[in-house]
Design a protein around this ligand. Structure first.
Ligand SMILES: [Fe+2]
Ligand SMILES: [Fe+2]
Length: 288
């Protein structure tokens, strides 16, 4: 049965945060094949603070640009539309992660730890995408970054029930996903996909959020679902940040079965993630 507070959200009685208007306009402009780089630059330029942050990020060591990028049009041409859209989305989503009530320290889960978990998942998804030559590498990054956005929604709008779910996962040794289904009738994966669908994110991103714990059910782009699922598990196993439970998944078989990775491939992947994680944390400090 659906939890009362969750039902209130789904019925539209509790207003969830919306993406800033500038981001919504950017999403549809990026989707429109007629758009040009100056069009994209003009939309971003209508928001001074977004513009400043994007230029700062594009010039951060994370992207390792050979020379300074000083205009938005230049940034859009060099990075590509999808990358610029994803950077803008990152900035908007980061603001969401900042807000909300505190979870009792004892669970090891905090908003900050979830953010670390999400950054590590984004990086891992991106490295996997490179290794398997998945065409939409940029999307793998953003999908990893926002895969657990549903936890932020629960935490912010159903805070007490969310703490109950964390308590249940902690006491029973089950996953937070299972505990949420007990308490809410649905999981963070479901509510995360619900809210990002409202934000009009592309369907393959929404799908990857919805099925990141149940990849076999992916409907739109199975490869992306598998990447996010595997990245999330690796990040749990390696202990980056905290996603709300202490389950350590088995990843050797998973990576072998899904991507044909040998032990050696997996080892290399872990190393690359570790190297990138440091610079990514710096990168995200730039967003703050
Ligand atoms: Fe999750
Ligand atoms: Fe996760």
């Amino acid at each position: 049965m659906l939890n009362k507070n969750l039902k209130e959200i789904l019925d539209g009685n509790i207003e969830l945060p919306t993406l800033p208007d500038v981001i919504m306009r950017l999403l549809s402009a990026v989707d429109n094949p007629e758009s040009t780089a100056p069009d994209i630059a003009r939309i971003i330029g209508s928001d001074q603070s977004l513009m400043a942050k994007i230029l700062k990020l594009v010039n951060s060591p994370f992207y390792g640009m050979p020379r300074q990028i000083s205009t938005l049009t230049q940034a859009t041409v060099v990075m590509g539309f999808t990358a610029i859209r994803n950077i803008a989305l990152t900035i908007a989503v980061f603001d969401e992660f900042e807000l909300g009530a505190a979870v009792p320290e004892k669970f090891g889960y905090t908003r900050e730890k979830l953010w670390e978990h999400s950054i590590a998942t984004a990086i891992t998804a991106n490295v996997i995408a490179h290794k398997i030559n998945y065409a939409k590498k940029e999307d793998a990054f953003i999908a990893g970054l926002i895969h657990d956005i549903g936890k932020v929604v629960f935490d912010r709008f159903c805070h007490e029930d969310f703490v109950t779910a964390l308590t249940l996962a902690d006491a029973s040794g089950r996953s937070l996903f299972d505990a949420e289904v007990d308490i809410f009738g649905e999981s963070h994966a479901f509510i995360g996909s619900w809210v990002t669908e409202k934000w009009q994110l592309p369907p393959h991103l929404v799908d990857s959020i919805r099925y990141h714990h149940t990849p076999d059910k992916g409907e739109v782009e199975l490869k992306l679902v598998e990447i996010v699922h595997a990245a999330n598990n690796l990040v749990h196993a390696e202990g980056y940040g905290n996603g709300g439970d202490d389950i350590v998944p088995e990843i050797n078989g998973l990576f072998q079965k899904t991507f044909g990775f040998s032990q050696h491939d997996l080892h290399e992947l872990k190393l690359e993630v570790k190297q990138n994680f440091e610079s990514a944390v710096e990168f995200f400090q730039t967003v703050a």
